[in-house]
Design a protein around this ligand. Structure first.
Ligand SMILES: Nc1ncnc2c1ncn2[C@@H]1O[C@H](COP(=O)(O)OP(=O)(O)OP(=O)(O)O)[C@@H](O)[C@H]1O
Length: 356
């Protein structure tokens, strides 16, 4: 868990310094004051990624010096990330420079991010569910992160070549072998994760819904588990359509309720419950894999949930995990005794002040 967070020129914050207790903190404020940016800074410090953007330049404060810094004590180590345009990103742990992102992340902590966009996990496009799996995959398996990066670059290059009027086959083949190699890392991890997630999702779904619902969570690798065979079979179609049709970038996480596809047949309420169950299951699987609780970054979801679901989620969150919660109003918190010990901060126009 984190003990402190400091930022310089990050999003709307010229500077910021917070001490946070083991239980966590609640950040209140009106819209567009900087609440999400605080959680985003934590995500960057712990996982080197933002849930909102992959472009580091957008994180640097407009009107600031051009770069940004995020630091803090996390899981017992003083960590620090610095970014400046046209310079390699800097990662430090206890003052020691880490040469690669992988080396920095090796002994980093675990996170679950829960935001409003997650409520679309069930009815939204497959991309959202792949990102959901990737977010856990990258945390539990260092090789996953490297394989995903290589895979994405290879698909991009192959797509580029397929657009050509006379595709250069030898080059396409070489990118396909990178895809096959990377898929051999990604798919077994995805498959294993889904097997672990499925019973947890079903359990959380029943506890939030208040009754049993037949939940199925199934991993479907696009074109089948053997990517080499799938690529051969899809070769003609891919050349006609001029894009890559099979591989992990098209895998699906199929969700069913009582035997029917959840995106088309489940009620909106069931879909929301299932989305929450998926996120809660993510936390459980991470905790089981590492034997330590992830930190929960919960971005403004409580205002979006009805009282029943909100209370069920609050009860389902592990009591001993640190939570960083943003909200525009506090009424739900007053009614939740288990959250009284969280520190409270008011966020206003890029400043954060401790309350009470
Ligand atoms: N790079 C940047 N430099 C300066 N300001 C920025 C930058 N990126 C975003 N902002 C501004 O920071 C403010 C805070 O955004 P943030 O999303 O953190 O607010 P929020 O309090 O979570 O709002 P909401 O409740 O609407 O989600 C916004 O006004 C946004 O325009």
């Amino acid at each position: 868990m984190l003990r402190s967070l400091r930022v310089v020129d990050f999003r709307c914050f010229p500077g910021l310094g917070l001490e946070v207790p083991d239980s966590g903190a609640v950040f209140t404020g009106r819209n567009a004051q900087g609440k999400t940016s605080v959680l985003e800074a934590v995500c960057l410090l712990v996982r080197l990624q933002s849930p909102r953007t992959s472009r580091m330049a957008t994180l640097a404060r407009v009107g600031g010096a051009g770069g940004f810094g995020v630091a803090g004590e996390a899981w017992g180590a003083e960590r620090r990330v610095d970014w400046a345009p046209r310079r390699p990103m800097g990662y430090r742990s206890d003052g020691e420079e880490r040469s690669t992102q992988g080396a920095y992340l090796e002994d980093g902590g675990l996170l679950v991010w829960m935001g409003n966009e997650d409520l679309d996990l069930v009815r939204g496009g497959g991309e959202l569910r792949r990102r959901y799996l990737d977010f856990i995959g990258m945390q539990v398996e260092p090789a996953y992160r490297r394989a995903l990066g290589r895979y994405r670059r290879a698909v991009k290059a192959k797509n580029f070549l397929l657009k050509d009027a006379r595709p250069r086959e030898a080059e396409i083949r070489s990118y396909e072998s990178v895809m096959i190699e990377s898929a051999a890392v990604l798919r077994p991890v995805r498959s294993d994760l889904v097997a672990r997630l499925a019973p947890e999702v079903a359990r959380y779904q029943s506890s939030i819904a208040g009754h049993e619902e037949g939940i199925e969570v199934v991993y479907e690798p696009a074109g089948g588990m053997d990517l080499g065979v799938a690529i051969e079979q899809a070769a003609e179609r891919e050349r006609k359509q001029r894009r890559t049709l099979v591989g992990p970038h098209r895998d699906e996480l199929v969700l069913k309720i009582n035997g029917l596809a959840a995106d088309s047949f489940a009620s909106e309420g069931q879909q929301r419950t299932l989305a929450l169950a998926l996120k809660l299951a993510q936390g459980q699987v991470l905790a089981d894999r590492r034997g330590t609780q992830p930190v929960w970054l919960i971005d403004d979801i409580f205002g979006e949930l009805d009282v029943g679901r909100r209370n069920a989620v609050l009860r389902a969150l592990p009591p001993n995990a640190q939570k960083w919660i943003t909200t525009t109003h506090l009424d739900w918190l007053e009614a939740s005794p288990e959250f009284q010990e969280l520190a409270r901060f008011a966020v206003k126009a890029g400043t954060v002040a401790a309350e009470g």
